[in-house]
Design a protein around this ligand. Structure first.
Ligand SMILES: NC(=O)C1=CN([C@@H]2O[C@H](COP(=O)(O)OP(=O)(O)OC[C@H]3O[C@@H](n4cnc5c(N)ncnc54)[C@H](OP(=O)(O)O)[C@@H]3O)[C@@H](O)[C@H]2O)C=CC1
Ligand SMILES: N[C@@H](CC=O)C(=O)O
Length: 833
């Protein structure tokens, strides 16, 4: 290719739709014209084409006056834009616009008289937008010092006479362009996009993305080296930036990738545009007029050599999935061929078709507006088989979206399909149909329209981000929630850098306030920010609308660090929306057996995780250990445990001579107790934990089955406030000091223990007992320090020496670390890499 080969630049309607943008275009062309020969293709200004359609429709309806006001609107836009750049010539420019639009007014008069807008007339009407913009741009360029000449596209681009769907005669077009190009070096040719003409000069148009197509045809016809499409985006993005905030422009693609993307619905590209460029080896650049120094996206024969180059995610929406299945042997039917032929005959576009391996069934994806036509044609085609009851009734699913991954490197790596489907499955998106082309450059699947956003975000993150994004909605900012935020602040950067997990808090709520921002809430000062939110009555508040926002974000997790009752309905709503739950709150797990089963079943049904390791002994790995014992086929014979960090601490304080009331106060201060310490002192908290463990063994028990002896009876004044209850504890100081002294004298230590004995099932003796026990020296609980907990599992395999887990059993920091570990478990499982 000679170094003096032409560049072709195409400017879309928005690039020339306002004075500011038009000025940028004039400057841009001026700069590039100095660097080498340049041809310019331009679209109609702003919404002019839509207005022309409106004017044609009005004229056809006989409303000529209104149609002419639309023409006046078109003229006004053109005059205002041009006059802003060249005020001293505004009158001449306005006269020019009027002259250009005079034939349009006559044409509309004719249409209104006959009340008929034939396809040729409609093409002529539509051609005026580009004529005006190209004429004005040529004049503005010349006035700005870049000599430019309007070139009439109807004299350059030749089509057949199928008005409305004209086909270009490439050979004749090339002949004309070759003849014209000789005169284009002295002055920049400005060619109206979108319009062409038949060989005998009748105006035709090139349809959707017509100006891009004009640019490609011109480039091919004049042997240009590159086409640049100037737009208002930075290039072709990895996904629709309106859906994926992390989508980014792709630097370099192959022609084949570009064609594939065009074929699956990327609006910026059209297969018709790609084909002349591919045939002639011409590169295509997509750049932004507002950021002219940004390189944009280059699409050429070579593409990127980077093995890690991005994967583009394209969607085509408003589709329907039709399923056809035969009951007889498929080879008698040639089902696939017949279905596709019938749809072709009915002029229904098929965006995807996929057949079962034995040809017994076929699924096709068609535009939703064409469903009735498609259905009628298929029913016609298969009517005899239907009468003989040999085919299933046509299954129609709509609206659906076609989601396609495109990347040249896709075929070079293993497990692309696995990652694609597992990423979608992990967020509960059901794949309704799928297809991978032999090109191995793309893989497509069909999802319900309602899942479009989450499916695009999820696959974009799985294939393009070095890190897995996780979106957290945190309930509770107290002892545990506050520490979760503190640990996120200190760990966030490290987790992203070292483990590829980007944890983002998108929501924070306490009992009366809530903050939510899908883009992420800055962690610094977050609790203070929440405190400034106007409080609402908790009875009247619902967080469900925020779950609707959360579900659209990557790996959404609801994190419950409250002790609130009734949150099971919020969990259910979360599960139903594909949101995972991490809970430190024991109450949803201590619901009556059937309710708890229903809750866990809902999570399973929606393929989401519900992790609650911290509900028993804070961050100690108790539930996980028990689950592994059960999973690997061991039989748990007995669980003995000290499950309350606060009661363990209080017992140790009592043994050290601290009065009960002061010990409880200290436990509360240290964040060991429940928000209401009576839950600890009454043994209820331990009963819940023991119940959670027993249920992990599959025992269908409820709280009322637990034989409970309180540590301190919350009765007889359960209605008193927490503060006055705590005050009242002083009256018990002496009795508890005496109780502990008696233990000391008998060589025992007071502990509050839980015992789960599955052998008691069906015997009438309680399976779960919790209560205070004086333990002998040498007992596993005797030497527990501070808030330590322990859990001992005696099993068939661990019979001589029980498997014991021991360590800090309460406290904000340790519990928060357990909550974080549960969050990371979900994140890592979903990372899929
Ligand atoms: N502390 C510990 O060592 C351990 C605690 N846990 C569990 O962690 C949970 C939290 O305990 P902890 O942090 O100590 O309790 P705190 O009382 O310190 O904090 C509770 C938080 O939950 C908020 N809250 C209450 N109801 C709601 C609601 N409906 N929606 C949103 N937020 C709400 C409260 O807001 P407001 O201030 O407005 O009331 C408060 O911010 C409890 O279930 C506890 O059993 C588990 C293991 C160990
Ligand atoms: N209040 C609880 C905290 C952990 O669940 C305890 O004391 O153990």
């Amino acid at each position: 290719m000679s170094s003096t080969a032409f560049q072709v630049m195409k400017f879309g309607g928005s690039s020339v739709g306002s004075p500011r943008r038009l000025r940028q275009v004039v400057e841009l062309i001026g700069r590039h014209a100095k660097q080498g020969p340049l041809a310019v293709v331009v679209s109609a200004m702003g919404d002019t084409t839509d207005w022309l359609l409106e004017a044609a429709a009005l004229a056809t309806a006989g409303e000529l006056d209104t149609a002419l006001t639309v023409v006046a609107r078109i003229a006004h836009l053109a005059k205002t834009n041009a006059a802003a750049l060249l005020p001293e010539q505004s009158a001449a420019l306005a006269a020019r616009v009027d002259t250009l639009l005079a034939p349009l007014q006559q044409l509309l008069q004719g249409i209104s008289l006959t009340r008929e807008c034939s396809p040729p007339s409609k093409e002529r009407v539509l051609s005026f937008g580009e004529r005006v913009s190209a004429t004005l741009l040529a004049e503005l360029l010349t006035a700005a010092g870049t000599p430019a000449t309007f070139q009439d596209a109807t004299k350059l681009l030749v089509t057949d006479d199928r008005f409305g769907a004209a086909r270009v005669d490439v050979a004749r077009t090339r002949e004309r362009l070759q003849a014209a190009v000789g005169g284009w070096r002295a002055s920049v040719p400005v060619i109206p996009g979108f319009i062409a003409a038949t060989a005998d000069g009748r105006v035709t148009t090139l349809g959707r993305n017509g100006s891009d197509y004009t640019a490609a045809l011109v480039a091919q016809g004049i042997d240009a080296k590159e086409v640049t499409v100037w737009t208002d985006v930075l290039g072709l993005h990895t996904a629709d930036p309106d859906i994926v905030s992390d989508a980014y422009p792709v630097a370099h693609l192959t022609h084949a990738e570009g064609l594939e993307l065009a074929a699956v619905g990327v609006r910026m590209l059209h297969p018709r545009t790609m084909i002349p460029l591919i045939e002639s080896g011409i590169s295509l650049r997509i750049r932004n007029t507002m950021h002219p120094d940004h390189p944009g996206t280059l699409i050429d024969a070579i593409g990127s050599r980077d093995g890690q180059r991005p994967t583009c995610i394209a969607t085509r929406e408003d589709l329907a999935l039709l399923g056809i299945e035969v009951r007889k042997l498929a080879d008698q039917f040639q089902l696939g061929e017949r279905v596709l032929a019938a749809l072709r005959e009915a002029q229904v576009t098929v965006w995807l078709s996929t057949q079962s391996a034995n040809g017994q069934s076929i699924a096709v994806v068609v535009p939703r507006p064409d469903v009735a036509r498609a259905q009628a044609s298929l029913e016609r085609e298969l009517s005899q088989e239907q009468t003989r009851n040999e085919v299933e009734p046509l299954a129609i699913r709509q609206p659906v979206t076609l989601l396609t991954l495109v990347a040249e490197a896709m075929g070079h790596g293993v497990n692309v399909a696995g990652r694609f489907f597992s990423a979608l499955g992990a967020v509960g998106v059901n794949v309704r149909a799928s297809a991978q082309g032999a090109s191995s450059r793309s893989i497509s699947c069909v999802v319900d329209a309602a899942d479009t956003a989450i499916a695009v975000r999820t696959t974009h993150a799985a294939f393009n981000l070095a890190h897995q994004q996780v979106s957290l909605f945190l309930l509770g900012r107290g002892t545990v929630g506050g520490q979760v935020l503190a640990q996120l602040r200190s760990q966030q950067a490290l987790l992203k850098e070292k483990h590829g997990i980007a944890l983002r808090v998108v929501g924070l709520a306490d009992s009366r306030r809530a903050l939510f921002d899908p883009a992420g809430l800055p962690l610094d000062g977050l609790e203070e920010r929440l405190a400034r939110v106007e409080p609402v009555d908790p009875e009247k508040r619902t967080l469900v609308p925020l779950l609707d926002e959360l579900r659209r974000l990557p790996v959404p997790i609801l994190v419950d660090c409250t002790a609130a009752s009734g949150l099971e309905s919020l969990y259910t709503a979360a599960f139903q929306r594909g949101i995972h739950v991490v809970g430190a709150n024991k109450k949803p797990l201590a619901l009556p057996w059937n309710d708890r089963e229903a809750l866990l079943g809902e999570a399973r049904r929606h393929h989401v995780a519900y992790h609650y390791e911290t509900t028993v002994a804070s961050s100690l790995p108790v539930i996980d250990t028990l689950a592994n014992l059960v999973r690997t086929g061991d039989t748990v014979r007995l669980i003995t445990a000290s499950l309350s960090g606060s009661l363990g601490f209080i017992c140790n304080e009592l043994a050290a001579g601290v009065p009960l009331s002061a010990a409880v106060h200290a436990a509360r201060e240290r964040g060991y107790t429940e928000p209401d310490p009576r839950e600890d002192l009454s043994g209820t908290d331990v009963a819940r934990k023991a119940l959670i463990l027993a249920r992990e063994l599959g025992l269908p028990l409820s709280l009322s089955d637990v034989a409970l002896e309180p540590f301190v009876p919350a009765e007889p004044r359960p209605d008193t406030s927490v503060e006055s209850f705590l005050q009242g504890l002083k009256a018990l100081d002496a009795a508890y000091a005496e109780r502990v002294a008696r233990c000391r004298q008998s060589g025992t230590v007071l502990r509050y223990l839980a015992r789960i004995d599955p052998s008691k099932v069906g015997t009438g003796t309680p399976v779960i007992r919790v209560g205070p026990v004086p333990v002998e020296v040498g007992h596993a609980a005797a030497d527990l320090r501070g808030s330590e907990s322990f859990v001992s599992f005696t099993t068939t395999r661990h019979s001589d020496y029980p498997l014991t887990v021991r360590g800090a059993g309460a406290g904000g920091a340790v519990t928060a670390s357990g909550v974080l570990a549960d969050i990371l478990r979900i994140s890592q499982t979903l990372r899929g890499r």
